[in-house]
Design a protein around this ligand. Structure first.
Ligand code: AMP
Length: 551
């Protein structure tokens, strides 16, 4: 059976797992024998070093090191220049993937080709596409892009027999995700999702860094800002993370800041740290409340459990505020590894399911696509499924129930709204959302619009992504992500009907079609992801990757 590995491509740390012969997810450590690898990339002349060594080098060689690149995924304006070469976020992430995959291949002694990579639930189309391309550049076959909270819920809900509604509070290194998930025996359904992709452990570090720099000024009486010095800044970054982690275990932590021969020694208490970062923590609470309001609209008025994932949820302040606010004891669940393990379980389900589908396809003579659809719609006879499942179980050594459970449905919601730019009655540009945030995917919606002018020769369909949940919103809240042009017949009066359909598939691809009602002319287009690496640059990145050694 084809093994599909699960990769948590994190902002600060990444992790790779697979499912063993007993159906259990197992993390593969890296060459340094660590289970998680810092997502930090160090350009060492012609080659690349990823992980702890890269992180350590950030102090000495800040110009050669890139970190937190996940925050720039899908951002067309971000690139890293190094020795006359330009690297896009996709390519930098591909080095992280290669480190994980390369080390795992060495340890397991087998080639890794197929992977499922996770991303935050609120990643939009461009960010997901960028994540997929990172895998492609690294030479991998990306079988799926899975939402991180869904992955965590899969690894958490695997053995669960009871139905429950779970909130996944995922505070990572650079991102915060809050997701409501309905876990049933045969389906894992995302109800609502919210979050902020610029809120994470790094912000807690930054608050500490600012505090330390100020304390340095106070203690030494010096006026200069030590953060202006790049090396000191990197040093404080590493120090801040260490201090923060210490404060997760102890009530206070010593800090020693050295700068130009001057040393400032201070002690910080957990209480002070909590005070410095109170606003950040509160922001996670308001985002949670916003999400709960959305869930209420879908008749989900309560939840059974809160699951804390993401490294930063280890800060005691998180557990404390959740108890205070929601009166519930949160479960701290495998914060570093749950996402990668969940991705591996999902990948495993995909491969077991592939096997099952192939057997049924051989047995019935139907194409695998038809079989898949048949299984989803419960149209394949029970005894045929049973027989195929038994065969797969016999051949793979997995239990029959595990093989049958491979059919668990993962239902996702869309994390953004998608709409078109149109005009309101006052002639002002507004956005009309065709697919609303938190709709189940796949999603499809058609709306009739009218042409603007008489004898208009074309309609430019300007596609927008936004965070709001209303049909009509102000133009300024949206981000244009692509365009499609519909040619019109001649002499149409103003306000001639145009039907626009948006179709979003499970992988997050948006197909758009527009039909004008007179000659039924139609344009169909998949959204052209505007801010990811493509064309010549993509080919160059793939080619360059082959010649770069990653360790
Ligand atoms: P993740 O993206 O889920 O790997 O989370 C990484 C983030 O968790 C980083 O910002 C780490 O500094 C933070 N983190 C990891 N362990 C701890 C800890 N014990 N206490 C506080 N923060 C932590």
């Amino acid at each position: 059976m084809n093994k599909i590995f699960g990769i948590d491509l994190g902002t600060t740390y990444s992790c790779i797992s697979y499912v063993d012969e007993y159906g259990r997810p197992v993390v593969v450590p890296n060459a340094e024998n660590e289970r998680i690898t810092p997502s930090v990339v160090f350009f060492d002349e012609d080659n690349v070093i990823v992980g702890d060594v890269a992180k350590e080098n950030s102090k000495m060689y800040p110009e050669d090191v890139v970190a937190f690149v996940k925050r720039a995924m899908g951002d067309e304006n971000f690139y890293f220049e190094h020795e006359g070469k330009t690297y896009h976020p996709e390519e930098i992430s591909s080095f992280v993937l290669r480190k994980l995959v390369g080390d795992a291949e060495n340890i397991l002694g087998e080639k890794i080709e197929d992977v499922v990579i996770t991303c935050p639930a609120y990643f939009g189309i461009n960010e997901r596409e960028a994540t997929r391309l990172s895998g492609e550049i690294a030479g991998l076959n990306v079988r799926g892009i899975l939402n991180e909270p869904t992955a965590a819920a899969i690894s958490y809900g695997m053995d669960s027999e009871e139905n429950k509604v779970v909130l996944v509070y995922d505070l990572g290194g650079g991102t915060f995700d809050i997701t409501m998930i309905d876990i049933n025996k045969d389906s894992i359904k995302v109800i609502c999702t919210g979050g902020d992709h610029n809120l994470g452990g790094k912000d807690w570090d930054d608050a500490l860094i600012a505090y330390m720099a100020n304390q340095y000024k106070e203690i030494t009486g010096k006026e200069e800002d030590i953060l202006e010095d790049k090396e000191t800044c990197q040093e404080l970054q590493l120090l801040a993370e260490k201090v923060k982690k210490t404060l997760s275990q102890r009530e206070k932590a010593p800090i020693s800041i050295n700068y130009e021969g001057e040393r400032a020694k201070i002690e910080i208490t957990r209480e002070k740290f909590d005070e410095l970062t109170y606003d950040l923590l509160q922001r996670t609470v308001s985002l949670t409340d916003e999400m709960l309001n959305e869930a209420r609209k879908k008749n989900y008025n309560s939840f059974d459990e809160i699951l804390l994932v993401g490294g930063s949820s280890r800060m005691p302040q998180v557990e404390k505020i959740i108890k205070e606010k929601y009166g519930i004891e949160p479960k701290i669940f495998d914060p570093d590894e749950a996402v990668s393990k969940g991705a591996a379980l999902y990948g495993w389900k995909l491969s077991v399911n592939d096997e099952l589908v192939n057997r049924i396809s051989l047995e019935t003579g139907q194409t695998p696509e038809n079989v898949k659809q048949g299984i989803d719609e419960n149209k394949i006879e029970e005894n045929i499924v049973e027989k195929a499942a038994k065969q797969v179980a016999d051949d793979t050594g997995y239990t029959l129930s595990a093989v049958k459970a491979s059919n668990v449905r993962v239902v996702n919601v869309v994390s953004k709204s998608f709409g078109v730019v149109t005009y309101n009655n006052e002639g002002k540009e507004v956005i009309y959302n065709l697919i609303l945030k938190n709709s189940e995917v796949p999603a499809e919606f058609t709306e009739r619009f009218g042409t603007h002018d008489e004898n208009q020769d074309n309609v430019l369909i300007r596609v927008v992504e936004d965070e709001l949940n209303d049909r009509v919103i102000d133009f300024e809240y949206g981000k244009e992500i692509g365009q499609a042009e519909l040619m019109l017949p001649e002499n149409l009066p103003a306000n001639s009907p145009i039907d626009i359909t948006f179709k979003l598939n499970e992988e997050g691809r948006l197909d758009i079609s527009g039909i004008e009602a007179v000659e039924k002319r139609e344009v169909k287009t998949a959204i052209d992801t505007s801010s990811v690496i493509k064309g010549k640059e993509l080919e160059e990145a793939k080619e360059r990757n082959k010649n770069i050694e990653v360790s």
